[in-house]
Design a protein. Structure first.
Length: 332
């Protein structure tokens, strides 16, 4: 039998069965005989596993290792991978970075929900954590580190659909008066294209086609190729900003020479001065959808302009078209 004692005094065994090589520490062995007994036991288990008589042993993967796999996946497949990276710390803090994933049961995940709520996270945010954790365990199942995803037994919080916040004309007037000059064209672009903030801030002159009157978006949340039409107001704005030989980003910080990466401080200051509450930059996009719906733009056209993947997402904007709906039922 191929057992031997290492320089550290510990006993090891090395053998091969049906092409599968094993080199193992003989745990607990203090003599050659005990090491040989360990080797015999391991050979027997391996033969049974290969024949299917007993299940294969799964490696002990720690939570830290699994989170690393999930973040690696997110970096390759998600634009929001940085959000996944930010959520790692609370997950490790609660469960323990070196905890084996096989020891994380649904009951512990339920306790994690309470932990996040007590830390001040909203129910919606807690659901996002559960989704990321579930993805981690799905990766573990796919790689045969686990047989079952424990998150499947844990329910997410039900989230009530709230009324979509949008900017009315009076609020828009107040906001535009308080915005710093550099931020005004950015907000005007949002209100006339429905583009997301990231797409606006990273917008480049090479994406603008004055002749065909549209903006071409190649990278976005849904990974779609979007053609955004330019109305008269947007054409006037872009022509005003355009200069001979213009290239690169459209909205550039003159102090740094680079595009604006963060406008939160100026945005929130303007909202406060204008007396506008409970309003996010993303709600400018909701404003676009709502205004088109109010003016009877067909729902499938709104879906195309906003680049929605599913019509049910666009249907939310019908909440504000009560007058249009009333006019529709009047024909009855």
């Amino acid at each position: 039998m191929s057992v031997y004692q290492g320089k550290n005094g510990k006993w090891y065994c090395s053998f091969q069965i049906n092409g599968e090589r094993k080199h193992l520490l003989c745990h607990g062995a203090t003599t050659r005989k005990e090491a040989e007994q360990f080797e015999t036991s391991k050979k027997f288990n391996l033969i049974q596993q290969q024949s299917g008589a007993i299940p294969l042993e799964t490696p002990n993967i720690t939570l830290s290792q699994l989170l690393h796999m999930e973040v690696k996946y997110a970096r390759l497949n998600k634009k929001s991978y940085k959000t996944d990276e930010c959520r790692i710390k609370p997950i490790k803090t609660f469960f323990g970075a070196n905890t084996y994933i096989k020891d994380i049961k649904p009951e512990k995940i339920e306790a994690f929900k309470t932990y996040l709520l007590q830390a001040g996270r909203s129910r919606t945010t807690v659901n996002r954590y559960l989704e990321q954790l579930s993805k981690c365990f799905s990766i573990a199942v796919e790689n045969e580190y686990l047989k079952k995803n424990p998150c499947k037994s844990v329910k997410k919080f039900p989230i009530k659909n709230t009324t979509i916040r949008y900017l009315n004309k009076e609020e828009e007037y107040r906001l535009m008066k308080k915005l710093p000059e550099y931020l005004k064209p950015i907000v005007i672009t949002a209100l006339n294209t429905g583009l997301r903030k990231s797409n606006i801030l990273q917008l480049m002159w090479e994406q603008v086609n004055f002749e065909l009157k549209h903006i071409e978006i190649l990278e976005n949340k849904g990974n779609k190729h979007l053609i955004i039409p330019l109305n008269k107001k947007m054409l006037e704005l872009l022509r005003e900003l355009h200069y001979e030989g213009a290239k690169g980003h459209i909205f550039v910080n003159p102090k740094t020479g680079t595009y604006y990466k963060d406008i939160k401080k100026a945005w929130h200051s303007a909202l406060k001065e204008a007396g506008i509450e409970n309003f996010r930059f993303h709600d400018l996009r909701h404003t676009v959808g709502t205004r088109m719906a109010v003016n009877n733009v067909p729902i499938h056209i709104i879906k195309t302009v906003l680049g929605h993947s599913e019509i049910k997402t666009t249907m939310r904007y019908l909440h504000s078209t009560s007058q249009s709906l009333l006019s529709a039922v009047e024909v009855l």
